[in-house]
Design a protein around this ligand. Structure first.
Ligand code: DLL
Length: 434
């Protein structure tokens, strides 16, 4: 089922709507946000300069830095009396990035999340176990409202207390799991300890996963561990929260809700547009936001987009899963590497799990990379010789495929601290020492 007919509209209709909404947004921010008024004036840019969709390239970029510089509400275009909700983005040091929603923004958010659930095959018959954190993070409440919108039963479990979550999921007969991929895998690990036939206790049929970069290997593990369909959702607080794009039943690519969010892929160094199918930094312009409309927001996320038709009948363009972040890319002794590439190597090695941590440090002037990986339960009881072979295999693959020298340290099962939200994968001690 498709939630909204706009999801299968003709390209021409979608683009006409985008242009109309882009012009309205440009006028809105120019008139109501001093930050953008100043930028337009500095660039000698007028609202009337935006005549077609390609003219978007004339507009200024907006960055996380701009949001922080205007902390907390400086970029809002409405008085606080119109703001019904505030969230803030997670995982950063210093002041958080604050975002706000009007009543109409909340309606858009509920609408796009209803599309996400419908794409995953959910309906009012389903019981949704929501393991995304409730609070300032957009995950919990974003999923909550979307599930209510389609009339499903929502279990607002939030993060943490894994044993209790499993009990609720089992006893309430949840059919849809919503949580980060790493937390979902952790839940499966804990459930498995009860016994190998743990799956018969659960009624899950699908999961909606997102909020962190995830390799194909990790996705497969989550799928296998729970025996469910894997659907992915992408989003960020600055643009709305979860619900910017999500995957259907036909492929791993994510349909972009283009009537609300206008995507560009750019070369993050030069700012130039990249053609469809090529990877670059995702830049998003909100088309319907009232409280916090943003022009050309630099997400830092690396992906590509395609307008190839999808078998599901939706005509919305699709993005591939995030490959990494422009600013999260590790440079180890001059070699660029994304953590997801390291994860890919680990996923293809026998005897280890996808619980790992990448530690980057400096020895003198040289970058030093250490990767801690948990072995599987059966390996620990085996010989040291086997451990040495596994270590050699991973180190060899990292050198052959990614050109990086790393010291792989095999650690005991369950010894790496589990996260209840987004996994902490990288510890970059070089940054701490600057
Ligand atoms: O993580 C919103 C969200 C909640 C998305 C629940 C999906 C599910 P922020 O905390 O603002 O918002 O973090 C946004 O998380 O720029 C990406 O780097 C990363 N991210 C989000 N979804 C995905 C995904 C939420 N499917 C940042 N794959 C984004 C990879 C993702 N990274």
């Amino acid at each position: 089922m498709i939630w909204n007919e706009i999801e299968s509209a003709s390209r021409k209709d979608i683009e006409n709507l985008q242009l109309k909404r882009l012009k309205e947004t440009v006028k809105r921010v120019f008139t109501l946000t001093p930050f953008y008024t100043d930028k337009f004036n500095e660039m000698n840019l007028k609202v009337s300069d935006i005549k077609n969709l390609d003219d978007i390239r004339k507009l200024p970029f907006t960055t996380k830095k701009d949001l922080r510089a205007n902390y907390p509400f400086g970029l809002f275009t409405v008085p606080m009396s119109e703001v019904v909700r505030v969230h803030s983005s997670s995982g950063t040091t210093g002041k958080p990035t604050v975002v706000g929603y009007t009543k109409a923004d909340m309606d858009v958010w509920d609408e796009v999340m209803a599309r996400v659930f419908t794409m995953a095959g959910a309906s009012k018959e389903d019981i949704v176990h929501n393991g995304y954190g409730y609070g300032l993070f957009t995950g919990g409440l974003g999923f909550h409202n979307g599930a209510e919108k389609i009339g499903a039963t929502i279990i607002p479990a939030s993060g943490g207390m894994t044993d209790r979550q499993l009990m609720l999921m089992r006893d309430f007969g949840a059919t849809i799991l919503a949580a980060t991929p790493t937390f979902s895998l952790h839940m499966a690990e804990v459930a498995k300890r009860v016994g190998d036939d743990y799956l018969k206790d659960y009624k899950l049929k699908a999961g909606i996963f997102g909020a962190e970069p995830t390799s194909a290997g990790l996705k497969q593990e989550v799928k296998d561990a729970w025996g469910i369909d894997y659907h992915e959702v992408y989003g960020l607080s600055e643009i709305i929260g979860p619900g910017v794009a999500s995957s259907c039943k036909e492929s791993d690519l994510l349909h972009v809700f283009e009537d609300h969010f206008l995507f560009e892929i750019i070369d993050s160094e030069t700012g130039e547009a990249m053609p469809d199918g090529e990877r670059g930094e995702l830049v998003i312009t909100s088309l319907t936001k009232e409280a916090l409309p943003l022009l050309r927001y630099r997400t830092g996320d690396i992906t590509s987009i395609t307008k190839e038709p999808c078998k599901c009948g939706r005509t919305l363009q699709r993005m591939e899963s995030i490959v990494g972040r422009a600013d999260d890319m590790l440079i180890i002794s001059g070699v660029n590497v994304y953590p997801s590439q390291i994860e890919h190597v680990i996923a293809h090695t026998k005897g280890v799990t996808l619980n790992y941590q990448i530690i980057v440090d400096k020895k003198g002037h040289l970058d030093k990379l250490e990767i801690h990986v948990e072995v599987t339960d059966d390996i620990m009881s085996d010989s040291l010789g086997e451990m040495a072979i596994i270590k050699k295999n991973i180190q060899g693959a990292l050198l052959n495929y990614l050109y990086i020298n790393a010291n792989v340290v095999l650690v005991q099962p369950r010894s790496i601290a589990r996260s209840e939200g987004k996994a902490v994968r990288i510890i970059d001690k070089r940054k701490e020492n600057v």
